[in-house]
Design a protein around this ligand. Structure first.
Ligand SMILES: CC(C)(COP(=O)(O)OP(=O)(O)OC[C@H]1O[C@@H](n2cnc3c(N)ncnc32)[C@H](O)[C@@H]1OP(=O)(O)O)[C@@H](O)C(=O)NCCC(=O)NCCS
Length: 140
């Protein structure tokens, strides 16, 4: 089973990031590899999964470390999906900021992603009690 650990994002390479992000079809990121590297290196925390040294999963957060943690990307190489790796990555990256109450994320309206995040204890804002609203503005 791959190892999962918090890693200094400055040690991650552009080549291994593009290989992993390409493997899950996230071409919007891999079209701009330098931007992808800057995004990962500029993250608050990054948890990586490695199998015999090869990068097979990643979860990263953006945060002020006090009031909010934003879970930005969670991805697992297709070969390793449905083996608990996504769960371990999210647990690892969030455990590093245990006192931050507000954990948020934005994702596609895909049933598989809803199943994944609800399995991890997240609630869609419209199902939350008391009711919450989420707003987003995507540019470009
Ligand atoms: C979403 C993703 C990260 C999940 O990673 P994973 O390692 O496969 O997930 P896990 O094995 O830890 O799953 C934990 C639980 O989530 C749920 N789950 C995960 N994937 C699911 C799917 N495709 N369909 C239904 N439930 C799913 C299950 O309850 C699962 O527990 P179980 O396997 O014991 O039933 C992975 O599918 C992925 O990388 N997808 C492409 C990128 C992406 O869409 N990322 C999320 C948006 S940021």
């Amino acid at each position: 089973m791959p190892t999962v650990q918090l890693t200094d994002p400055q040690t991650v390479t552009e080549a291994e990031l593009t290989t992993l992000y390409d493997a899950v079809g996230w071409s919007a990121y891999t079209r701009e590899p330098a931007m992808l590297l800057a995004a990962v290196r500029g993250s608050h925390r990054v948890a990586l999964a490695r199998a015999e040294g090869v990068l097979v999963g990643l979860a990263r957060t953006i945060s002020d470390a006090v009031t909010i943690v934003y879970l930005q990307d969670v991805l697992v190489h297709p070969h390793w999906q449905r083996r608990g790796l996504g769960r371990r990555l999210v647990q690892e990256v969030l455990a590093a900021d245990p006192h931050v109450r507000q954990r948020v994320l934005l994702t596609d309206a895909d049933p598989a992603q809803r199943a994944f995040y609800t399995a991890l204890g997240f609630t869609e804002t419209h199902d939350h009690d008391p009711e919450l609203r989420a707003f987003v503005q995507l540019t470009v």
